[in-house]
Write a protein that binds this ligand. Sequence first.
Ligand SMILES: [Zn+2]
Ligand SMILES: [Zn+2]
Length: 1017
Amino acid sequence: MAEEVFQPLPTVPDHPALEEEVLERWEREGTFEKLRERNRGGPRFSFFDGPVTANKAMGVHTAWGRTLKDLFQRYKALRGFDQRYQNGFDCQGLWIEVGVEHDLGLNSKREIEDFGLEEFARKCRDVVVWSSQELTRASKRLGQWMDWGNDYFTFSDTNIEYVWRMLKRVHERGWLYMGHRSTEWCPRCGTSISQHELAMSGVYQDRADPSLFVRLPLVDRRGESLVIWTTTPWTLPANVAAAVNPGADYGRRASGEWVAAARYPDETFEETLRGSELVGWRYQGPFDTLPPGAGVEHRVVEWDEVSLEEGTGVVHIAPGCGGEDFELGRREGLPILMPVDEAGHFFDDYGWLHGLSTIESADQIVGDLRERGLLVAAGLYEHRYPHCWRCDTPLIFRIADDWFISVRDLRQPMLEANATVEWTPEYMGKRMDDWLRNMGDWNISRRRYYGLPLPFYPCACGHLNVIGSKAELEDRALGGLDQLEELRRPWIDRVPVRCEQCGEPVERVTEVGDVWLDAGIVPFSTLGWQSTESIPEGYATGAARGLTHADLPDHAYWEKWFPADWVSEMREQIRLWFYSQLFMSVVLTGKAPFKKVLGYEKMLDENGREMHGSWGNMITADEAFSRMGADVMRWQYSAQPLDRNLLFGFGPAQEIKRELLTLWNSVSFFVSYANIAAFRPSWSELEPAGDLEPLDRWLVERTHAFVADATASYERYHAYEVIALYEAYVDDLSNWYIRRTRRRFWDGDEIALRVLWYGLVQALRVVSPVMPFLTDHLWRNLVLDGPESVHLAPWPEVAEPDRLYLDEIADLRRVVTLAHQARATSGLKLRQPLRRLVVEGAPSVEAHAAELASEVRVKEVVFGPVEAELRVKPNLPALGPRLGRELGAVQRALRAGEFEELGGGRFRAAGHDLEPADVLVERAGRDGSAVATLDGVTVALDTTLDDELRSEGRVYDLIRTVQTLRKERGLELTDRIVLTVPAEDAQLVERHGDWIKDEVLAREIRIGAALAIEKAA
Ligand SMILES: [Zn+2]
Ligand SMILES: [Zn+2]
């Protein structure tokens, strides 16, 4: 036995174990550092990492995005691009603080303030510290190569200062204002929620709310009333008006109740009036029994938006509790009643309701209406209702004073900037356009604690001071600087500044900023926009001190790396991070901050359900690492078409593991025979040259095609195409090249070994960005004198393949598949040799008749017409809609055999041309033949058996049995044997002895009592 150059492979790979080993080696050998060193100074590929919220351990959802980011960065690195690799953590805002509140058992803003804001801020930072370490560990385990340790943290003073600078500019342009308006409000968090936050997944949930029909007696029409409908009982005490559609008809029931006639088509009415005629009618409010309602004159107003699709067509209007109501109220000059406080509890002047929450009050309100005879009907109403994205509390509408950035002057420039961006998939770019066309002003203020402090100092003199940097703050501060640990509450609240207008001291507003400000500024804050000098570790400021070594570069660096060539996040981020980045970039530069975007849809469990901790179908990243391995996870993520939800789970992972065995087994096959032949391939002679047989030439061309096609798919950011191309390639390599070349490997044919080695090595290189572990593991085994890691080898050269030749073999493989189908219908085993195959309609295969014969195991292949009866049936789903009433005639003609064959699978019947997709074609063979047909190619297999064929069939059976015995006995591939066959097979040995010996490596065949093998001496 020759020295084993290549390490023999176990039957199946242990992915997790192999990955840990590779990780350890990367670490030891500094593989990533070597890669970065090699590419330094090369062409640049700029990528901005969307910051992951640092409040949790890694989940399989997060690992999806991280995989795509890593995959394309690895691809670009193989192509020699210099990259930044900066990872980011999102560290402020509701995500963090609501989690901390929960952990501390606090449940209101009052309780947080009692707990102490300093200590609360420190607890929030602790969460970020823990989570950033966890996420880093798991990301490394996933194989993500980033510049760990030089991450950006959005709670650094540097990041905050950059947002301040942007806000100051917004103020200078006149776009910043304080708005008094109705807003979606979380009563638990005690803050408003902005329009784009409603786009986050999980915000809209199915919910059953009370459905109430309430009678409102009219003041000037005795015995008559309006009937309104509501699903939010708590808003009734704030009712000030009832709206009708001026163009619709309203009818009076016998009971005196007025409703829209169109809503009750089966009812007859005593009197009918146009909606416009009802306008101005006065009515008694539903809660005139309480002081606020008693002071209001309730009246009917007109509103074009009144829906005739639901309710009664008379709409209850409470401008203090609804966005549209507020706008209508403003137009009509209606009074505003605001019934609940920040926490959603009724104010004191609401009498017996005072202190109740919006939800608690529902039953009592319904009871009270019933008692007073105002309730017409009550039930439940199922609908999609928005909830707080952080704490899951149903949102309400409240009037609040919030800070807004006007989008009026920005909408058009943002649309123009987005038009320069290439979105994949394309429809996501359209979604962004839609959002930009419809977005309202950006509500940037939140009444919370652990967030970006808004640098707004409104003065009693009417002047709004906006601070643009820490230096400016220090310059204008009137005290409190000595205790300013971070630019954060509560410390910053203790730093008053001097009003630049009147010189009086002014205090900061207490609001913090929308968390999307923090993430949107990243293309500026991390790249040193307008920074006069490069400051080593200059990003490690404020709360980020001690967590990172990230530098603050200078403006020249920003010029180099802005805009990003590419960014990637899930679709939800269109209205979140992609939007906030675009917004801030258009404010600061007038340009889009990225050139290309890759988006993807949602992740569900493998049965298509959302994953929830409480449903037991949640998978942690650690569980997935240990049960499927990172490569298999990455495969599952990458194979996902971008426009569909990913169904992630262990079931699909099993499938992938099976799929990956084709490559594993092919490498294993190579290793076995290369070791036997003492074959030593050299990296310097990668591309096979010399005396290639046609099949060798085919694999080389097939490899060229795979490299070329996969490269094009990577360039399009279509990872799922790379996967599909890889699967087809490895199938060709294993199930065509290896199988058809098997005998040459037994003979230690060096050319065959060289060609196979080339095919395997190229496959590893192309798919290494997807599966960095398995490919590197196999690479180290296969490549003896090349780069020490597949990730340090450059991207394979893209050569133009001989497509004509490849198509020929692809046709040949299709004919083989058809022949196998025909054989399957006859019930004959694949091993059984047959006399003849007739092929019709595949002229390109004629040059490969011998290959075809051996592959299909027939003595002879004939190219010519197949004698078979042609049956053509209409494909109804395709043809029905197209032909309509003509279908019957076509159907009759086909059934009667009255049709003309046009070639290429097309037919003409009853005057209609039928395309291949329009018809189902069957060919029934004559006696003794099996027929199969597809896309204009037909094969007929002669299934008649004679003695010779039968006896050859038995030889194949015998060979297979012996091969199995060899395996069971653990014989080496090269071991010779002595074979004993039972007497009834003596005749087989007599006729085919040499053939059998050759196939099973037998020195000698003996006749004995039973089949047996023995290792030859
Ligand atoms: Zn909330
Ligand atoms: Zn002033």
